[in-house]
Design a protein around this ligand. Structure first.
Ligand SMILES: Nc1ncnc2c1ncn2[C@@H]1O[C@H](COP(=O)(O)OP(=O)(O)OP(=O)(O)O)[C@@H](O)[C@H]1O
Length: 639
């Protein structure tokens, strides 16, 4: 990130005159990023003196949903925006946070320098995407994914040339651009250090977000100088239990010579000459102390280790979707899920059996299907067999097939069996831990010899398929207890992946959005933010299966035209369960973004309803209003 060199006034003026005169400026006359941005603005059909075609502000409902989606970004940004505002308080400036579409989420500061129209344009809900407003610091920082200053005549639209703005991107632990932090003011108040200030503040927000997103993981806080640890310049790296980098801030990527694409697909020892076991041991021996680590190129890093307790380690999280396959389509951002998908991709087409473990309903079968669809044999069949659901007397015939007339009741033409049906594709054996012992022996033979012998004799037939097994049982323990053949266990677990329970995932909001979009692809549905926060804190014993079913039911409860899911749409048993569960603190609701009376009162209503787990009478009592008034207000908001 660097400031674009301030353009010499006459040169810029010349280029601008040509821009105004049909866009015939020469790229070499101006900064290259500015030239790219003016070209993009022209390509979007804008003219510097044109009017904004469509009013582009979000409606209150749309803004509410956008705020809900960006809750974490907002929570971590607000204190730093306040700090930033203190620094620029006397310079007639605004501190602005925009989401990754350029929509303003939160603004702080002095609007006296703005006329009425400009005030509207800089309110929460206004969109500053380059395609709508031409070159401007927020839109251009988004398009360039870099910090940038846009001053006066560098703005594309004449109407914005009274501004001076500096903006910097905020990037997640997995390398995704989350939003933009910006300072905008009157062009006469330009200060040479504003961009540096915004860049630093954006890094501070980013570090808070990364540390929070990775709080359940082993984390390294790194710097080449021990005194740099704990400062805004520190690198933060999150590691999975087996030492893979599953999250990092941009400082860490730069220090380690990595890029965002390496997150999720790189073990730490590729960058640093150390093993995860040694790190954990050192962290335990010298908690909180700074260790010296060495890069393979001889460089020394200093690091503080955090989160090295095994309990903490066993609950890891996110990295970045760099692939365009069926697994990516299921990826909603959870670090641990994504690390599992990254590992699965490494064995695609390699004849290594995959064993999926995880609680019931975490999505093992969907994961297995996505592995198949991402693999070279995706055009072959995917044959799924639930070993727990087949009657014991039929399972053998079902799996291995049989010769004509092999047993009473058999089809007279015989049957090739499910294993042979999987030829050239993937065989998915669900609940493999529930397979009877005798059948385990036969299955082991098939897997070893790659041949199937049908019941009733005949010749053994060659089979070729990829094998994925799934279980919610502890197979090593079942092997030790003699309930599962240990040789079969070793045969099927070429790679074991444990899929996280829903309560352990960090992508609850994104998962809800995905499910709602699946149920109603044409209508954007959302969950009321305070309710969503409450749902995110629930234990979800049935995991994704339960969440999908709850959301499907809630959608069915919506009145025609309604698009916001709230407490009255939830099934009673879930409301009861939430009622019994302790309420999670709801910070974002305690700090409403829209600081006007109506929004404050609505926020108070939602907080009260959430505090009483959807019990409207109790919420009304707490608020000192009648139940009917409360209901009317909730209804009125949705109308
Ligand atoms: N990533 C996902 N996106 C959307 N829905 C999902 C996802 N994962 C799981 N589900 C929902 O959860 C249900 C259960 O998923 P799945 O059958 O794959 O889980 P499982 O772990 O194999 O369960 P079991 O152990 O009980 O067989 C699916 O039918 C779907 O409704």
């Amino acid at each position: 990130m660097h400031a674009n060199p301030p353009l010499a006034g006459p040169l810029l003026r010349q280029a601008r005159l040509k821009l105004l005169d049909g866009g015939n400026f020469s790229d070499s006359e101006i900064d290259e990023r500015l030239a790219r941005s003016w070209r993009r603005s022209l390509a979007a059909g804008l003219t510097p003196t044109g009017r904004l075609a469509v009013p582009d502000n979000l409606t209150a409902g749309e803004l509410g949903r956008a705020l809900g989606r960006n809750r974490e970004l907002l929570n971590h940004s607000r204190p730093i925006m306040e700090y930033l505002f203190e620094q620029v308080r006397h310079s007639h400036s605004l501190v602005v946070l925009a989401d990754n579409h350029g929509v303003l989420m939160h603004t702080l500061g002095d609007t006296d320098f703005l006329g009425k129209a400009e005030r509207v344009a800089l309110m929460s809900g206004a969109c500053w995407d380059e395609r709508q407003r031409g070159t401007n610091a927020i839109g251009t920082a988004l398009a360039e994914a870099a910090g940038i200053e846009i001053h006066g005549d560098e703005h594309f639209l004449e109407r914005n040339t009274f501004l001076t703005c500096a903006a910097a991107p905020i990037v997640s632990a997995t390398g995704e651009l989350l939003g933009i932090l910006d300072i905008s003011g009157d062009r006469r108040s330009r200060h040479p250090h504003t961009l540096g200030l915004v860049n630093t503040a954006a890094r501070m927000i980013e570090n808070r977000l990364v540390a929070d997103a990775c709080r359940r993981h082993l984390r390294l806080y790194l710097h080449p100088d021990p005194a740099g640890i704990g400062t805004v310049a520190e690198g933060i790296v999150a590691l999975s239990e087996d030492g893979w980098i599953i999250g990092a801030n941009r400082n860490a990527l730069r220090l380690l010579g990595l890029s965002a694409a390496d997150i999720g697909g790189t073990p730490l020892f590729r960058a640093i000459d150390t093993r995860i076991g040694d790190l954990i041991a050192q962290g335990r021996r010298r908690p909180g102390q700074v260790l010296a680590l060495h890069g393979h190129d001889g460089r020394t890093f200093y690091a503080r280790i955090d989160g090295h307790e095994p309990r903490v380690l066993s609950v890891p999280k996110t990295s970045s979707p760099q692939h365009n396959d069926a697994l990516t389509a299921l990826d909603t951002g959870d670090l641990r899920w994504r690390a599992a998908a990254d590992k699965a991709r490494r064995i695609l087409g390699k004849d290594i059996p995959l064993l999926l473990s995880g609680e019931s309903g975490v999505g093992k079968e969907l994961f297995a299907r996505a592995v198949h669809e991402s693999s070279p044999q995706r055009n072959g069949p995917f044959v799924a067999i639930n070993c727990a659901a087949l009657p014991e007397n039929l399972i053998e015939a079902e799996l291995f097939g049989y010769q004509p007339g092999a047993f009473t009741g058999a089809r007279k033409e015989g049957y090739i069996g499910r294993l042979r049906e999987a030829e050239g594709g993937t065989l998915f054996l669900d609940e493999i831990g529930d397979m009877p012992l005798a059948l385990q022996t036969r299955l082991l033979r098939v897997l070893q010899e790659r041949k199937v012998l049908p019941l009733g004799g005949g010749v053994a037939v060659d089979v070729r398929f990829s094998l994925i097994c799934a279980t919610h049982r502890d197979l090593p323990a079942a092997s030790a207890a003699g309930q599962f053949r240990s040789d079969l266990y070793y045969r099927i677990n070429g790679l074991t992946l444990n899929l996280p329970a829903l309560r352990e995932r960090n992508d609850f909001a994104a998962l809800c959005d995905k499910l709602l979009a699946e149920f109603f692809p044409d209508a954007p549905l959302a969950i009321e933010p305070a309710l969503q926060h409450r749902l995110a804190g629930y234990a979800w014993p049935g995991n994704l299966r339960q969440l999908a079913s709850v959301l499907r039911t809630a959608c069915a409860m919506l009145d025609p035209g309604e698009s916001l899911i709230d407490w009255p749409h939830l099934p009673d048993d879930l409301v009861d369960a939430l009622h019994r569960a302790p309420a999670q603190p709801c910070r974002a609701n305690a700090e409403p973004a829209q600081r006007n009376l109506a929004a404050l009162s609505l926020a108070a209503i939602h907080q009260a309803v959430a505090d009483h787990a959807g019990n409207l009478s109790a919420a009304a009592r707490q608020l000192g209003i009648s139940r009917q008034t409360l209901y009317r207000k909730l209804k009125g908001e949705r109308a």
